[in-house]
Design a protein around this ligand. Structure first.
Ligand SMILES: [Zn+2]
Length: 474
C-alpha cells in the first residue's frame, strides 16, 4: 500500500512537470529538455523545453532545417527574441565541396576575416567552424559531413564583440544527434525563402492592397533629383557631404538637410480602435531612440563591426499591409528578402542613398512590393513593401510595426544586407501632410524635428500613456 501511494505521487509529479514543459510559464525550464528533430533534416537537438522551435516553411539557399530561439522574454518581445541555433541539411552541398565553400565564406568577408577551426559535433563527427559571420544576428557557421550528407549549423552569438564559438555554442553542437532522414526535402513541397511566392503578396486580400491607389505626393518635382533640401535654387545651399557630425559612442547625426521622409502613407493605420487616426503613426511605440530593445537590451549599438548598429532605430506602429515607402528621395535597393544573418528582422529591405553614404533598413515586413529586387532604383514615391510582423521565427515581434534604422557607411554581406559602419541618428523627417490636412491641421514646415522629443517623453507602449503630440502624419 505504501509503495503504491509513493508510485502514484511520483507519477503526479512527473505529469505536473510535463505540463509545465508545454506551457509558457515553465517553473524550472533548465531542468526540462526536449528533443527537436525533423524527418527531412535527419538531425535532432536536445534543448531546454522553454526554447522556441521554428520549423521552416521554406527552403533557404539549398538548405532546409529548423531554428531554436531562446525563450520569449518580455524584454526582447518587440524584436522577436534571439536565435540560438539553426540546424540544416545542406542538400545542395557535396561533403567534398565543404572546404571550397569555407574558402569562399572567408573570401567574402575581408574586413572581419572569419576564422576557421575544427570542432566536434554530436561527440563523434568532425566539423569545421567558420565565423563570426556578421549581421543583426551574427553566427558561426559549422559545416559537418555525415554519412555522405552535408550539414550547415549556424551557432548564433550572444556577445556582439564575439569572434567564433563560445562554450555554450560548443555545448549545443555536442547535443546534436544525426540520423538517416526518413523523407526527402523535395517531398515537403516547400517554396524557396526568397522566391516570389514567399516574398510577394499572394491571395485576394493582398491583391486588393496592391490595387489601392496611394497618395504620397512628392515634396517637390523629382525631375532633377536633389537629396539635400531646400532645392539648389534656395539660398540655403549646403555643400554636399557637409552638415553631419559625430556624436556620442561613435554614432553619427545625419546632415539635417539630407532628405528623409516618414515611410507610411495617407491610408496607414486605418483599422481604428488603436487610438491612431488614419494616415498617422506614433513614435516610441514600441521603440524610440535607445529605448527597450533599441537601447540596453542588445540593439543599442553605434559601432559594432559584426552587428547592425540600431541605437537610433525607430519603430512605427502600422496595420498589417500598410504601405511602406522608401525613406530616401534617391536610392538603390541593396537587399530585399529574408536571410539568416538578419533572422530577427524577418522580411526586410535595405536601400543605399544616392549620396553613397547613408543606408536604410526597413524590417518586419509582411511582404515586399511585387517584383522589388536588389539593384532597383527608388524615389520617395516608391512603395517598397507592406507592414507586418515577420522575424523571430515562432516568437511574435509584438504588434505590427515598421522597424526603420539608418547607418553611415555600413559594410554589406555578399547578399547586400548591411552590418557595421556607424549608427545614424536622423533628426528631421519630411512628411506630406495629407493626413494632417484631413484633420484640419495647418501644415507649415513639412518636417518633424525628432531631436525636440526626449527619449523620456517618448515612452509610449501599450502599458504607458502616450501623448498625442508624438503622432506623426504621413
Ligand atoms: Zn525596432
Amino acid at each position: 500500500m505504501r509503495n503504491k501511494i509513493l508510485g502514484f505521487a511520483a507519477l503526479a509529479v512527473a505529469s505536473v512537470m510535463a505540463a509545465a514543459g508545454t506551457g509558457a510559464e515553465a517553473q524550472e525550464p533548465p531542468t526540462l529538455t526536449q528533443k527537436t528533430g525533423g524527418k527531412a533534416v535527419g538531425a535532432e537537438v536536445v534543448h531546454p523545453a522553454a526554447w522556441n522551435v521554428e520549423r521552416e516553411s521554406y527552403t533557404y539557399d539549398a538548405t532546409y532545417g529548423y531554428t531554436l530561439w531562446y525563450p520569449d522574454t518580455k524584454a526582447a518581445h518587440d524584436h522577436g527574441g534571439q536565435p540560438a541555433l539553426r540546424v540544416a541539411l545542406a542538400y545542395g552541398l557535396n561533403p567534398e565541396d565543404i572546404e571550397a565553400e569555407i574558402d569562399e565564406v572567408q573570401a567574402d568577408y575581408p574586413d572581419v576575416s572569419p576564422e576557421r577551426e575544427t570542432v566536434d559535433v554530436a561527440r563523434r563527427h568532425e566539423g569545421v567552424a567558420v565565423g563570426t559571420i556578421p549581421g543583426s544576428t551574427p553566427y558561426t557557421a559549422v559545416y559537418v559531413p555525415v554519412n555522405g550528407r552535408a550539414y550547415k549549423i549556424n551557432v548564433y552569438a550572444d556577445d556582439p564583440a564575439r569572434r567564433g564559438l563560445d562554450a555554450r555554442g560548443r555545448d549545443l553542437l555536442s547535443d546534436v544527434r544525426f540520423e538517416q532522414p526518413s523523407r526527402s526535402v523535395g517531398s515537403l513541397g516547400l517554396p524557396e525563402a526568397n522566391s516570389p511566392e514567399a516574398l510577394y503578396p499572394l491571395g485576394a486580400e493582398a491583391r486588393a492592397v496592391e490595387r489601392q491607389e496611394e497618395e504620397k505626393v512628392p515634396m517637390e518635382p523629382t525631375v532633377a533629383v536633389s537629396e539635400e533640401w531646400p532645392s539648389s535654387t534656395s539660398a540655403r545651399v549646403v555643400a554636399k557631404g557637409g552638415g553631419e557630425e559625430r556624436i556620442a559612442e561613435g554614432c553619427w547625426e545625419a546632415n539635417p538637410w539630407f532628405f528623409v521622409q516618414t515611410q507610411h502613407g495617407s491610408k496607414a493605420n486605418g483599422n481604428g480602435n488603436d487610438g491612431i487616426p488614419t494616415g498617422w503613426s506614433k513614435i516610441g511605440l514600441p521603440n524610440f531612440w535607445g529605448q527597450y530593445t533599441h537601447g540596453g537590451l542588445g540593439y543599442g549599438r553605434c559601432t559594432e563591426p559584426y552587428n547592425t548598429n540600431d541605437k537610433f532605430a525607430v519603430d512605427y506602429p502600422l496595420n498589417r499591409g500598410n504601405y511602406v515607402f522608401s525613406p530616401f528621395k534617391c536610392g538603390t535597393v541593396t537587399y530585399a528578402g529574408r536571410n539568416k544573418t538578419h533572422a530577427d528582422y524577418g522580411i526586410f529591405v535595405s536601400i543605399k542613398a544616392c549620396n553613397g553614404k547613408y543606408v536604410n533598413l526597413s524590417a518586419h515586413l509582411n511582404a515586399l512590393r511585387s517584383g522589388l529586387s536588389k539593384g532597383d532604383k527608388v524615389t520617395n514615391e516608391t512603395v517598397i513593401g507592406y507592414a507586418g510582423d515577420t522575424g523571430g521565427g515562432s516568437i511574435a515581434v509584438g504588434r505590427v510595426h515598421l522597424h526603420t534604422a539608418f547607418y553611415r557607411y555600413p559594410k554589406t554581406n555578399p547578399d547586400g544586407s548591411p552590418y557595421g559602419g556607424a549608427g545614424l541618428r536622423v533628426t528631421r523627417n519630411h512628411y506630406v501632410g495629407t493626413a494632417a490636412r484631413r484633420k484640419g491641421i495647418k501644415v507649415n514646415s513639412h518636417v518633424y524635428k525628432y531631436d525636440k522629443i526626449s527619449p523620456k517623453d517618448a515612452f509610449c507602449r501599450e502599458d504607458v500613456r502616450c501623448g498625442e503630440r508624438y503622432l506623426v502624419s504621413n
